[in-house]
Design a protein around this ligand. Structure first.
Ligand code: 5GP
Length: 348
């Protein structure tokens, strides 16, 4: 008989943070940098733990340069050639500590990953990304990559439950990517009915990871700076963004004119658009679980980054956190039935 879990699971939209008394005088006092030492790689990290997703519309070298100059991180999408990697690494050695090389479990992925890592010794982060992190084959793959690269920091996912977070950490991953179905161009929940509300997934997975000395990334579902704050408040060590970084100059693709408005294309990595571009069409055995959308053209990424960091700093002052590190300890979520007053529309 199917079981029903009656515990209520929540999304970002279901909560707000309760303000708390604070001695902070100004948001400029807030420190957003975090330092981590990873459980398995024993490597250090120092930066603002906001990550551009490894999607080919946002996880680009151009994006990485701008984000790194602000202290942010980029998981580079997996479609750059080894030569393109070598050239980028030669020209931008200072950025390498703010980027990860991504790989799936497909034929040729491991070989290419090895070539890139061997060519670029200063590149220390690997992002192993599959749509469904629950397969035994993926756990095995994480173990093999750990064996080959004992001192590289491995991000792995995606999963949404504590037991699978633990299994991947014990298999050798350092940072677990959490999120199934929340993404802005993801159609997994519609196509499969599978998923988990993101705020609860982050709370539960962070607890599981931290118990073992591991870390997590909240991946997907952030629609505004306030959602990023909620993900950190819920215990995420990193927050990964796709849609919030799309539509900028640093994203590939032309600016199109549609109905008098400037737009750029943004698409999921398993959308028909991505599969046609990279794999010669949608494979028959799988439904495409991503969509293609037009997002408003938003100019330079730096203005958006400032907006995001401004929101984070301000949130910290509202709850009395002098550092991003203290945010989750100072977080009390309150459940709400309404977030915003949209009487004049819902644009910013
Ligand atoms: P966003 O920040 O846009 O809400 O979510 C970004 C995340 O969506 C990515 O990091 C990735 O985990 C997920 N994602 C990207 N492309 C696809 C796709 O085609 N299908 C699914 N199911 N998820 C995707």
């Amino acid at each position: 008989m199917p079981r029903i879990d009656n515990d209520i699971k929540l999304d970002f939209k279901d909560v707000l943070l309760r303000p708390k008394r604070s001695t902070l005088k100004s948001r400029s006092e807030v420190d957003l940098y975090r330092s981590y030492v990873f459980r398995n790689s024993k490597q250090n990290y120092d930066g603002i733990p906001v990550i551009a997703a490894n999607m080919d519309t946002v996880g680009t070298f151009t994006m990485a340069k701008e984000l790194a100059s602000n202290g942010l991180f980029t998981t580079i999408h997996k479609h750059y050639s080894v030569d393109a990697w070598k050239e980028f690494a030669e020209e931008n050695p200072a950025i390498l500590k703010h980027i990860a090389v991504s790989a799936g479990t497909g034929k040729g992925d491991f070989e290419k990953l090895t070539q890139i890592i061997e060519a670029i010794p200063a590149l220390k982060f690997i992002c192993l990304d599959v749509a469904n992190g629950y397969s035994e084959m993926f756990v095995q793959h994480v173990k093999e990559v750990r064996q080959h690269f004992p001192s590289h920091t491995i991000m792995a996912g995606n999963v949404v439950t504590g037991e699978m977070v633990e299994e991947l950490i014990l298999a050798g991953a350092d940072i677990i990517k959490v999120g199934i179905g929340p993404g802005s161009v993801c159609t997994t929940r519609k196509k499969t009915g599978v998923g988990y509300p993101q705020l609860s997934a982050v709370i539960e997975c962070a607890d599981a990871a931290h118990g073992l000395g591991g870390h997590i990334i909240s991946d997907g579902g952030c629609t505004c700076p306030g959602d990023i704050v909620k993900a950190f408040g819920a215990g995420a060590d990193f927050v990964m963004l796709g849609g919030m970084l799309a539509g900028h100059d640093q994203c590939p693709g032309d600016v199109l004119e549609k109905g008098g408005k400037k737009v750029k294309l943004f698409y999921g990595m398993s959308s028909a658009t991505a599969m046609n571009k990279h794999s010669g069409g949608v494979a028959e055995y799988r439904a495409s679980e991503g969509k293609t959308v037009e997002v408003p053209y938003r100019g330079d990424i730096n203005a958006t980054v400032l907006d995001i960091l401004g929101g984070l700093r301000s949130a910290c002052t509202y709850v009395g956190a002098g550092k991003l590190k203290e945010l989750s300890k100072r977080t009390t979520f309150i459940r709400v039935t309404q977030q915003l007053n949209n009487v004049y529309g819902n644009s910013a």
